[in-house]
Design a protein around this ligand. Structure first.
Ligand code: HEC
Ligand code: HEC
Length: 484
């Protein structure tokens, strides 16, 4: 009977339980977290010559068919690298220079999805876009797609590399916004004719127009420009415009600008690196919930939002309410089947890529279509998709957002969530967390914010000031209705 003694001695009382810090340390170690998602990567800095040129290109409306939208229309650093709207508005905005809340289009948003942040774009290794239609075929950790296996893009069939994709995922992505009618191309450019490469060539021709005789007089703003000297400086070359001003080089410079947007200095990183004072007690409790699986009393968030970048880059069905114009899916074409649009697999219907949670406090609205205005809303959706959908107030949305078959499409997404759950596929576990626990989770998510993203002086490194040449006079001069 004495043999039970050691057991009794070993049995922890409340005081002997590992502290919150101790438990988190054990989780950090077993998950292999370093806190630093940039470790082992080579990324440019904002004052390198190529990112500088990329910034000029990111801000010029000359890359849009109507001359009224730029990349920055939907990805402004002051708006968390996104646009602060549920779904984006590109060309033909009522006030093209007004970004963020208040930006409107006569027909409501025509882009079907929420603009993800460009911050930390250089940290994706597998896929870009909500449906992963830019995909690294090698998926090497730390490579951002630059691992020699090639990158698949929408210009190529599923599974095949696009030889024109460029060196990494971010550059490959930068080739596509200009070909989207709603985002940048416009509905009239080239009379709506022409494939992606024809559109890219036409836009490039406009940047070249300063030296090409017979430039289209209707594009005079673009015809008189000083892009050549900017390209020569950035590429450290005295080659001529035809050699330097190619769409490949445009995409490359834009990609390097985005890859220079490294914003990872979060309180969480400081904590993982050893500063136990970097997190509040509430954020520490939230971290525990975030990382522990439901079987251990946690919320299991890290099973999908895994690693130092807080994403597995995989696709999951959460049945976020389906709102907006949709993406050519379903009977009426106003549904969005997400990943299945690429893979054509039934199980991928309504599956979307797990987003990173770095800087998530400033990247709302949330979900692939921005259906949730608040972090609390999307977090609570995870805890019980059925209840969240039942409670979802479609009438809270801006009246300009199309809701034609939104309720029906959302029910179809929920049916898919139930079907996969019943098949035992990994999905969110239905959890009954207290309000205090939800508050702890939100405190943890807030600790994933790099203070720079809320500091205009710090963000100025990625916003062209008066000292940066505006080569065509077409730089978007952003205004905001709610000064962020
Ligand atoms: C009209 C608004 C709009 C414009 C203009 C626009 N984007 Fe986007 N961007 C979006 C939306 C919406 C998505 C998500 C689309 C999807 O996943 O289907 C996106 C996705 C992205 C992504 C993928 C991020 C990720 O996490 O996978 C990057 C990078 C990006 N855009 C960069 C650019 C660049 C570079 C330009 C200019 C060449 C540009 N965008 C122009 C709205 C816009
Ligand atoms: C089964 C995988 C999975 C689990 C588990 C999971 N998430 Fe998610 N999360 C996703 C996916 C996928 C999305 C995007 C869904 C969409 O857009 O349709 C998402 C979106 C989010 C967003 C919105 C981010 C944005 O930029 O729009 C937040 C915040 C979030 N999750 C937090 C959490 C928290 C907190 C937990 C734990 C309670 C959690 N997630 C558990 C897969 C998961």
């Amino acid at each position: 009977m004495f043999s039970t003694l050691p057991l009794l001695v070993g049995c922890a009382t409340q005081d002997d339980l590992p502290s919150l810090d101790g438990r988190l340390r054990a989780i950090i170690q077993s998950a292999g977290l370093t806190g630093d998602p940039v470790r082992g990567r080579t990324l440019p800095t904002s004052d390198d010559p190529l990112p500088r040129l990329g910034m000029q290109l990111f801000f010029t409306k000359a890359l849009s068919g109507n001359g009224d939208a730029a990349c920055v229309s939907c990805h402004h650093p002051y708006l968390g690298g996104g646009d602060g709207l549920p779904m984006s508005i590109g060309i033909d905005a009522d006030q093209p220079e007004l970004l963020g809340p208040g930006r409107t289009h006569p027909e409501g948003p025509l882009v079907p999805r929420n603009a993800p942040t460009t911050f930390n774009a250089g940290l994706w290794d597998q896929v870009m876009f909500h449906d992963g239609r830019i995909e690294s075929l090698g998926k090497t950790a730390g490579a951002n797609g630059a691992d020699g296996y090639g990158i698949r893009t929408p210009d190529r069939p599923w599974g095949y590399p696009d030889v024109l994709a460029g060196p990494n995922l971010v550059v490959a992505q930068a080739r596509f916004p200009v070909t989207s009618e709603e985002e940048m191309r416009g509905f009239d450019f080239g009379n709506g004719q022409g494939n992606g490469s024809e559109v890219r060539n036409a836009l490039t021709r406009d940047l070249l127009a300063q030296i090409v005789s017979g430039a289209d007089p209707t594009r005079s703003a673009r015809a008189l420009n000083t892009w050549l000297s900017e390209f020569q400086r950035a590429f450290a070359s005295d080659s001529d415009a035809a050699t330097l001003i190619t769409f490949e080089n445009i995409a490359y410079a834009i990609g390097e600008y985005e890859r220079s947007q490294v914003l990872v200095e979060t309180p969480w990183k400081a904590y993982v690196e050893g500063d136990v004072t970097a997190l509040s007690e509430s954020a520490k409790r939230g971290a525990l919930l975030f990382f522990q699986p439901p079987a251990d009393g946690g919320a299991g968030c890290a099973s999908c939002h895994s690693g130092d970048f807080f994403t597995d880059e995989q696709f999951h069905v959460l049945a976020i309410p389906q709102i907006g114009v949709g993406k050519d899916s379903g009977l009426s074409g106003d549904d969005d089947w997400g990943r299945a649009l690429e893979t054509h697999r039934d199980d991928d219907r309504y599956a979307f890529r797990t987003p990173t949670l770095l800087n998530v406090a400033v990247t709302g609205p949330y979900g692939h279509d921005g259906a949730y205005a608040t972090l609390e809303g999307i977090v609570r959706h995870h805890l019980n998709p059925e209840a969240a959908v039942a409670d979802y107030a479609f009438d809270q949305l801006d009246p300009s957002i199309r809701l034609t078959n939104a309720r029906e499409n959302t029910q179809n997404a929920l049916a898919q969530w139930r079907r996969l759950r019943d098949l035992g596929r990994p999905t969110v576990a239905v959890l009954d967390l207290s309000d205090a626990q939800v508050a702890d989770l939100l405190a943890f998510l807030a600790a994933l914010t790099d203070p720079c993203v809320q500091d205009r002086a710090c963000l100025a490194a990625w916003v062209p000031g008066d000292d940066i040449v505006d080569p065509d006079g077409m730089r978007l001069q952003a205004t905001f209705s709610n000064p962020p």
